[in-house]
Design a protein around this ligand. Structure first.
Ligand code: C2E
Ligand code: CA
Ligand code: CA
Length: 638
């Protein structure tokens, strides 16, 4: 007696899968059509298995041709399914014309088997009926198993051999499918009346559906175009092959247009753009990656074809999109990424897709430079982490000359990252990275503690240093714990906050003003003093300056250098006037004025003439490691 319970359950599962595929999303790619084919074969095999089992269990009530029909249908569909799996894997690893031959050759066992099956009435080698019409396996029935097994092994071989070309998830899902279907086959060979195979195959297909199919088929709901998940798996394959190009087409500042004409109208326009792309490039190669950023994946195209596509895109974007009052011309940015030559990882590609290019008008992206910068940023993040873990950041001190007392009365603490492998990394490079990923909080705390420790251990006060200038990043000002950790550190080294002067750069004063005010207020109440750093480089917002408790204004070196060039000694008339009046204005306002970047004696003399209070620069000293700094002070300050 054949048991059909599992088959019945399988039918319901298959119906669910079919519903999911057909109604939840459109069918777009060949691989997905092959998948749908597998589901159909599987479903037919289940129906045939159920009815075949019923008639084979009760042959006395059935005409022979009906019994034959179900048995042939079952055997032919089920065995074609094994081959369909191979075809499916072919498409997953990226079907190309060159693989067509392999596909046809690998169909040979199936055709042989089908030929054997359909000639069965003459030789009865696959199955036959005894005198009671009982269905029995023939002498060559094992071929059916052997061919199915061979196809499974071949599918595993393909998936593993091309695992670099497909994502790990896909390989795993395929291996899962094959495992789940393979074990019941063995069970069924031993217990032929338990019809388990189709049920487990359906489970395996569900596994494929939820891992591979649902990912591959993700579509952007607004534009109906393939989205970034679809691109992700396509890129997975592209990265493993050569001669691929990803074209980037970006509309800069999408948010601005959203605000201007409203989301609905803008979505309508994006939909038109997607549609135009789908019609203008090869079907299913253009992707909507969100935020007005589109990508087109072109496999195996040459430079001439790229130029043609660029031309086509650019000229289309010269004409308006949309209609009526919402008909607009958009600037467009174009980028060409050679895959895999230009990029190392998928992260690189998505960085290029997501980061808005510099410049607003139609420009072409310098892919190599963008990737270099990004990779460098990733490297620097790693070096920062390493230096924080090993506490290998260093703090250098640059003496600041006080013109009134004629000695060095303060110093600026400057952070140094010197990596054992990559050498000196300039702060102008690592500080912005640290600000972006938040590690500036730890770096800032490290510098603050180092300064306190040095001040106390090296007895800087007795060497004439009244306070140390410490750079404070805005990111630190946004941190709730700042005051608490500063307090604890000061206590640890028995110092008062008067020994620290915090430098805040001018550009910082343009954003997050209210939080900045609050933090500075708290710090001020604990007796910290403040300098405004890099005065004259940002958008000088004088009104902010009044509202902050700055005691020293540090004028940026570029202003001094424009007045008196350190290399040529040249004096520029307007530069001189600007410097002179800036210093006078700031002094009249009651600030102390510090000039950075003093490199020559001429500059120093000029500044003395202009009444500058503090001087900092290579003329006096470069930033020095703590020991050299204290030795320096012992010589010059005593
Ligand atoms: P900054 O605050 O404007 O620091 C002054 C910079 O000018 C320092 O560069 C210093 O070495 C350099 N400098 C001083 N005198 C001269 C001179 O005569 N000629 C020339 N050409 N340069 C001179 P550095 O050390 O490379 O630091 C660059 C920037 O990195 C700093 O600019 C500051 O914004 C930031 N930075 C450094 N350390 C820290 C830190 O601990 N925390 C934060 N948040 N930022 C820091
Ligand atoms: Ca500074
Ligand atoms: Ca500065």
């Amino acid at each position: 007696m054949y048991h059909i319970e599992f088959d019945i359950a399988a039918v319901f599962l298959s119906l669910f899968i079919a519903y999911y595929i057909i109604f939840k999303k459109g069918i777009r790619k060949t691989a997905n059509r092959v998948f749908l084919g597998m589901i159909t074969l599987n479903f037919l095999a289940e129906i045939a298995d159920i009815f075949g089992s019923i008639v084979n269990n009760n042959p006395q009530y059935t005409a022979r041709f009906i019994q034959d029909f179900w048995n042939y249908l079952y055997l032919s569909t089920h065995n074609t399914l094994a081959y369909a799996l191979v075809v499916y894997v072919f498409y997953l690893i990226g079907y190309e014309k060159s693989k067509r031959k392999s596909l046809i050759v690998s169909a040979a066992p199936l055709f042989t088997e089908l030929a054997l099956l359909f000639t069965n009435p003459f030789h009865k080698l696959i199955f036959y009926y005894d005198e009671k019409s009982t269905y029995l396996h023939g002498k060559l029935f094992f071929i059916i198993y052997a061919v199915a097994l061979a196809y499974m092994v071949f599918a595993i071989y393909l998936a593993v051999r091309h695992r670099k070309g497909i994502s790990g998830t896909i390989t795993k899902a395929l291996l899962f499918f094959i495992m789940v279907t393979f074990i019941p086959v063995i069970v069924q060979i031993i217990f032929p009346y338990y019809l388990l195979t189709l049920f487990f195959e359906t489970i395996g297909l569900m596994g494929l559906l939820f891992t591979i199919e649902s990912k591959e088929e993700t579509i952007n709901p607004t534009t109906g175009a393939l989205n970034r998940y679809a691109l992700n798996s396509a890129l997975d394959r592209a990265m493993a092959n050569s001669g691929n190009v990803l074209l980037l087409i970006k509309i800069p500042n999408l948010n601005y247009y959203n605000k201007m004409i409203g989301f609905d109208n803008m979505n309508g326009i994006l939909k038109r753009i997607s549609k135009w792309m789908d019609e203008s490039y090869k079907p299913n190669t253009s992707y909507d990656c969100g935020r007005g950023h589109f990508a087109v994946l072109c496999e195996g195209i040459d430079e001439a074809e790229i130029a043609l596509m660029r031309e086509k895109t650019m000229s289309r974007f010269e004409r308006p999109w949309g209609k009526g009052e919402f008909s607009l011309v958009f600037p467009v940015q174009f980028g060409v990424i050679h895959i895999p030559e230009d990029v190392k990882t998928l992260d690189d590609v998505f960085m290029l897709i997501d980061t808005p290019f510099d410049g607003k008008v139609s420009v072409e992206l310098d892919v190599k430079n963008a990737v270099y910068k990004y990779e460098r940023g990733v490297l620097i993040e790693r070096l920062i982490d390493k230096a924080l873990k090993n506490r290998s950041f260093q703090v250098y001190f640059q003496p600041i000359w006080n013109s009134e007392s004629g000695r060095f009365t303060s110093a600026e603490a400057l952070c140094r990252l010197i990596d054992s492998e990559y050498g000196f990394i300039p702060p102008d490079e690592f500080i912005p990275v640290a600000e972006r990923n938040g590690s500036i909080l730890d770096i800032g705390q490290f510098v603050f503690e180092e300064v306190c420790r040095t001040y106390q251990e090296e007895q800087l006060a007795s060497l004439g240093i009244e306070y140390v200038e410490v750079n404070l990043s805005v990111v630190q000002c946004l941190s709730k714990n700042l005051m608490k950790t500063f307090d604890e550190t000061l206590k640890k080294y028995h110092l008062s906050a008067e020994k620290i002067n915090l430098e805040i750069t001018e550009s910082a004063t343009t954003e997050n003003m209210s939080v900045l005010y609050d933090t500075i207020d708290v710090l001020k109440n604990s007796k910290f003093s403040f300098s405004l750093d890099d005065y004259g480089t940002g958008y000088s917002n004088i009104s902010y300056m009044y509202e902050m408790p700055f005691s020293i204004i540090k004028i940026d070196k570029s202003i001094l250098w424009k007045a008196k060039n350190p290399k040529t000694g040249e004096v520029e008339k307007n530069g001189h006037i600007y410097l002179e009046n800036t210093i006078r204005m700031l002094k009249d306002m009651g600030y102390s004025v510090l000039l950075e970047g003093v490199e020559t004696v001429e500059q120093k003399m000029l500044l003395e003439e202009l009444g500058c209070d503090y001087f900092q620069g290579y003329y006096f000293s470069k930033p020095l490691p703590k020991q050299v700094f204290t030795d320096f002070l012992k010589v010059v300050n005593t």
